[in-house]
Design a binder for this molecule. Structure first.
Ligand code: GDP
Ligand code: GDP
Length: 438
């Protein structure tokens, strides 16, 4: 089930992240902290009065060193309006309206989406007189809140959720959307070319699912008797014709696609190598628990075994945090090796959705216990007694131990490496939980 999206837009310092953090429930960290990737805090799940939704802080998306795209207020507003079901436009009640607010307001006045104009930093009720100024933004009644102290946020959420209840989300036209594959990667990496290659000649079940902007680029096809939903994240950009900000915009879109995906297909332009954004998107997919296949596209342009070896090496070096993802070199242009992608998707999905029997896991555990690798603290010794798989998509393993508090990164890495050696986990992230059992 897709969740409705609430996008929070506004210029820097109005309190967007404070607001989002107040509303989003603390993410219960089953996620096993990834090395080398900062957790992306700009995307949260929340619920209020039993309505679940996603909250995007469009200002909190960092674009690495790409200053040109950073914090572009206009794109934030566009992405917010386009990608979401409800927009929360945050302004600063202390400083009042400025030119950036006007820019955002102008864009938001044109959207058909519900927009909540929220005046933050109204920490004391006696300042409510100052609310009148905000009517001039032309976005209806302003909602006073204090993100810091929580005043007003309950009423606001009631109203937002009321709107969300009325929104009809595009449902899957068919009961079986098959394997959801998100094609992600930077502009010009070859996503559309690859999507066309993959879908050409296959039996198309539906295209342009639901016909709304948000899902207009989903294609459901059958390949070798199996069903896939292919989500090409390049499509919308063309439609929206945003030039200078494509990268930022594409990122928001990629996050959306990843969120629904079983398998993320990360397309990299081999002639350009890996960018910060590739890493960031990969990190995001790993964090959301998607299976992943890395596609080195435009391989036809890479000349000579040395250049090829170097590109592969660099990927291996810089993508260690998704070291489980298979890497395929293809050419969307000539079609060479593109067929291999199907096999890789099937394998990654199979591993992602599998359930490993408990007896096998415990035989494995008994064997690795023999190696003597453990954690000690003073006289205490970590003893892992039992393991069972507690979820799939992606697989989650719960270990029962005498002192789960002793488990550290090193030990988790040890377990992960051993587990991957013994079971078929190519293409899928895995999660660990540790529970106490004496
Ligand atoms: P962002 O850049 O829009 O994400 O803004 P932040 O959430 O980082 O907040 C910017 C500054 O405003 C921080 O110093 C916050 O502590 C402060 N701030 C946020 N919300 C409130 C509020 O409701 N009242 C007051 N007084 N300060 C706030
Ligand atoms: P997108 O922005 O990621 O969807 O990228 P496109 O599919 O639009 O491709 C961008 C450009 O790269 C186009 O000019 C394509 O023809 C070209 N291109 C895509 N794949 C390949 C490839 O495998 N080899 C070569 N030489 N060019 C490619």
């Amino acid at each position: 089930m897709p969740l409705p999206i609430v996008a929070v837009v506004g210029r820097p310092n109005v309190g967007k992240s404070t607001f989002v953090n107040r509303i989003a429930q603390a993410d219960e960290a089953i996620v096993h902290e990834m090395r080398g990737v900062t957790r992306d805090r700009s995307y949260h799940e929340a619920d209020w009065n039993g309505v679940d939704f996603k909250l995007i802080d469009t200002g909190g998306i960092e674009m690495g060193d790409d200053d040109a795209f950073q914090g572009s207020i206009r794109v934030q507003a566009l992405a917010g309006a386009d990608e979401s079901d409800v927009v929360v436009f945050l302004v600063d009640g202390k400083t009042g309206i400025n030119a950036d607010d006007e820019v955002v307001a102008r864009i938001l006045r044109r959207t058909a989406k519900p927009v909540f104009l929220v005046v933050n930093k109204m920490d004391t009720p006696n300042r409510l007189d100052e609310m009148y100024e905000f009517y001039q933004l032309g976005l209806g009644d302003p909602w006073p809140v204090s993100a810091m102290h929580g005043h007003g946020t309950g009423d606001l959420l009631d109203a937002i959720v009321e709107k969300l209840r009325c929104i009809e989300l595009p449902q899957d036209v068919d009961d079986d959307p098959g394997i959801n594959v998100a094609i992600i990667g930077r502009p010009n990496a070859g996503k559309s070319s690859l999507t066309n290659r993959l879908t050409a000649g296959e039996r198309s079940i539906v295209s342009d699912v639901a016909g709304t902007t948000r899902d207009a680029i989903d294609t459901v096809i059958e390949h070798d008797g199996r069903r896939y939903t292919i989500v090409d994240t390049a499509g919308l950009r063309r439609k929206a014709q945003i030039d200078q900000d494509v990268e930022y915009y594409g990122f928001v879109r990629a996050m959306r696609a990843i969120d629904r995906a079983d398998v993320a297909l990360l397309v990299i332009d081999s002639t350009l190598g890996l960018t910060d954004q590739d890493q960031r998107v990969a990190g995001f997919a790993a964090e959301r628990g998607c299976a992943m296949v890395i596609v080195l596209n435009k391989w036809d342009l890479v000349e000579g075994p040395e250049a090829k070896a170097e590109i592969r090496e660099r990927i291996a070096d810089r993508m260690t945090f998704v070291g489980y993802a298979p890497v395929l070199a293809v050419s969307a242009l000539t079609g060479k090796k593109v067929d291999r992608i199907w096999e890789a998707i099937d394998e990654a999905y199979g591993n992602f959705s599998q359930t490993i029997p408990t007896n096998k896991l415990n035989t494995w555990l008994a064997a690795i216990r023999e190696t003597g690798h453990t954690v000690t603290q003073g006289k205490a010794i970590l003893r892992v007694k039992y393991v069972t798989q507690t979820a799939s998509c992606p697989p989650q393993f719960t270990f029962f131990a005498n002192r789960p508090d002793l488990v550290n990164d090193n030990y988790e890495r040890f377990l992960e490496n051993r587990l991957r050696e013994s079971f078929d986990l190519v293409g899928t992230p895995i999660r660990f939980k540790f529970k106490k059992k004496d």
